[in-house]
Design a protein around this ligand. Structure first.
Ligand code: IPE
Ligand code: IPE
Ligand code: MG
Length: 253
């Protein structure tokens, strides 16, 4: 009798136990400018090249059985960049939202944004909203784009909502706990992140998902985002699988 096919992760990473595959990964996609400058090109070419990395990484993550992949695409601090670069990024994001619809549909991916989307240029905002709407009923991996996102902004916005709810009598101030705040984050359905990957060597968090990464394992790679491909994701997952997570407790045995 033919042997039943192994589940996806076993076929792709036979050396990693299925229970060691992270459910949720966040990626700080960094180094686009440095990548372009290496060739003497203007920085924005690195952003365009990074789209191929997004495509390959998202596909690989879905095949691995990752439940949620969150990509940091534009921080609330990134508005400080030259206007030309910001405008370029906003147009690239609009185009990405439209161009990837077929691929998202084909893979059953649920596409979501995370951040202050209402503050984005109208065309970018509407393209993103439409892609979210079209993929809302899919049942595959959740692919989130953190856009005009700041971890502090997200927590402050949740605190504001808590205050509103307390004033309106919807919640008793004394009952406010972690769960009450988490329910008011941008996407209350988002699970804690298990693994944060940062490309381009920088050893910092840069305001990414502060609440959700409390106990995430962090992997920093030298690879610049436009060079990042599925094998780099596999390497990060292998590294994650080799870590001992204690969550403040003690090792068994
Ligand atoms: C990451 O690449 C993309 C965004 C932050 C939008 P960078 O543009 O930060 O590239 P480097 O870090 O300057 O090389
Ligand atoms: C973090 O990268 C933000 C994104 C990847 C969207 P930055 O390049 O903006 O971060 P810093 O300035 O090096 O901390
Ligand atoms: Mg950078």
């Amino acid at each position: 009798m033919a042997k039943a096919p192994a589940p996806f992760p076993q076929r792709i990473l036979p050396d990693v136990r299925a229970s060691k595959i992270p459910a949720s990964i966040g990626i700080i996609m960094d180094g686009n400018g440095r990548w372009a400058r290496r060739f003497g090109w203007e920085r924005v070419r690195g952003h365009t090249a990074g789209i191929d990395s997004v495509r390959d990484t998202a596909r690989a993550a879905a095949e691995l059985g990752i439940k949620e992949l969150t990509l940091y695409a534009f921080s609330v601090e990134n508005w400080k960049r030259p206007r030309r670069e910001v405008t370029y990024l906003m147009e690239l994001l609009r185009k990405f939202a439209i161009d990837e619809r077929a691929e998202i549909e084909k893979n059953g991916i649920v596409f979501r944004t995370l951040g202050r989307i209402d503050e984005l240029p109208e065309k970018t905002k509407s393209a993103l909203r439409e892609s979210e709407r079209l993929s809302a009923d899919n049942d595959g991996m959740v692919l989130r784009l953190a856009l005009n996102y700041g971890g502090r902004t997200e927590i402050a916005d949740a605190a504001k909502q808590l205050a509103r709810d307390a004033v309106a009598g919807r919640i008793d101030a004394e009952s406010i706990d972690e769960a009450a705040l988490a329910e008011r984050l941008y996407d209350p359905s988002m699970r804690d992140v298990d693994l944060v990957v940062r490309t381009a060597s920088e050893m910092r968090v840069s305001n990414f998902l502060l609440w959700q990464i409390s106990y995430a394992e962090i992997v920093v790679t030298d690879v610049l985002w436009p060079d990042f491909r599925r094998e780099h994701l596999y390497a990060a997952v292998r590294e994650f699988a080799s870590r001992e997570r204690r969550f403040g407790g003690l090792v068994k045995g």
